[in-house]
Design a protein around this ligand. Structure first.
Ligand code: PGA
Length: 255
């Protein structure tokens, strides 16, 4: 397989600094310095530094859950790509459905963040996916297309392989309702086809597309066996070392 699998943990607004550092240490102890899977931990801002210390010299990477597109300035409550870089952050989740829904983030704003992240050598994990109403209305692929095309506007051929896309059907996030492998693979293949149209087949084949939405050890193997599913963006099951490590093992077995 030309694409290395990725397991990324999205801790959301969980784990204060001390707990986050402890969880990262537990994961590091199990994983060691070498992995065949790319692993990214995305704690809340206040735990970035502590988790970063636990990951020093290890193979596991540090990710943030959001950032502002500007370098600095009067944006109360926000954090820039440069600030994240000083904490050795390498990845950043952008356009998560919770940000789109609760914080009214638009495709245009998310696109600015994607471009700013790439300019600052951060790898964006761009989240896309439909709500239940959109799926029931038959507009899943149209929504995915809009999220992908608008999110990637202006991203060059040189940059695209640094972008990770996460297909996260909103109705599957935190609900325990996982997409069927067929539903997930259909969306992933569609995203790969969009990337092929935008960047050509050789580059599109290199971009990693993750699945997110109630992925857990019990359903991971089946999802990860699909041709276009290159890993997982994990919420609930990333909050405990045991289940997170089982997911890493499932990705390792599926590679
Ligand atoms: P979940 O969250 O695994 O808890 O469904 C996934 C996500 O929101 O990234």
């Amino acid at each position: 397989m030309i694409r290395r699998k990725i397991i990324a943990g999205n801790w959301k607004m969980n784990k204060p600094a001390a707990d986050g550092g402890a969880l990262a240490k537990d994961i590091v102890e199990e994983i060691g310095r070498e992995t065949s899977v790319d692993i990214v931990l995305c704690p809340p801002f206040t735990a970035l530094q502590g988790v970063g210390h636990a990951l020093e010299g290890q193979a596991i990477k540090l990710g943030a859950q959001n950032m502002h597109p500007e370098k600095n300035g009067a944006y109360t409550g926000e954090v820039s790509a440069e600030m994240l870089r000083t904490l050795y952050v390498t990845h950043v989740i952008l356009g998560h459905s919770e940000r789109r829904t609760y914080f009214a983030e638009t495709d245009a704003f998310i696109n600015k963040k994607v471009l700013a992240a790439l300019t600052h050598q951060l790898k964006p994990i761009l989240c896309v996916g439909e709500t239940l109403a959109e799926r029931e209305a038959g507009s899943t692929l149209a929504v995915v297309q809009r999220h992908v095309e608008a999110g990637l506007a202006g991203v060059t051929k040189e940059q695209i392989t640094n972008v990770i896309i996460a297909y996260e059907p909103v109705w599957a996030i935190g609900t325990g309702k996982v997409a069927t492998t067929a539903q997930a693979q259909e969306a992933h293949a569609y995203i790969r086809a969009l990337l092929t149209k935008l960047y050509g087949a050789p580059l599109a084949q290199k971009v990693r597309i993750l699945y997110g939405g109630s992925m857990k050890p019990a359903n991971a193997a089946e999802l990860l066996a699909e041709k276009d599913i290159d890993g997982g963006l994990i919420g609930g099951a990333s909050l405990e070392a045991k289940s997170f490590i089982e997911l890493v093992k499932a990705a390792d077995a599926a590679k």
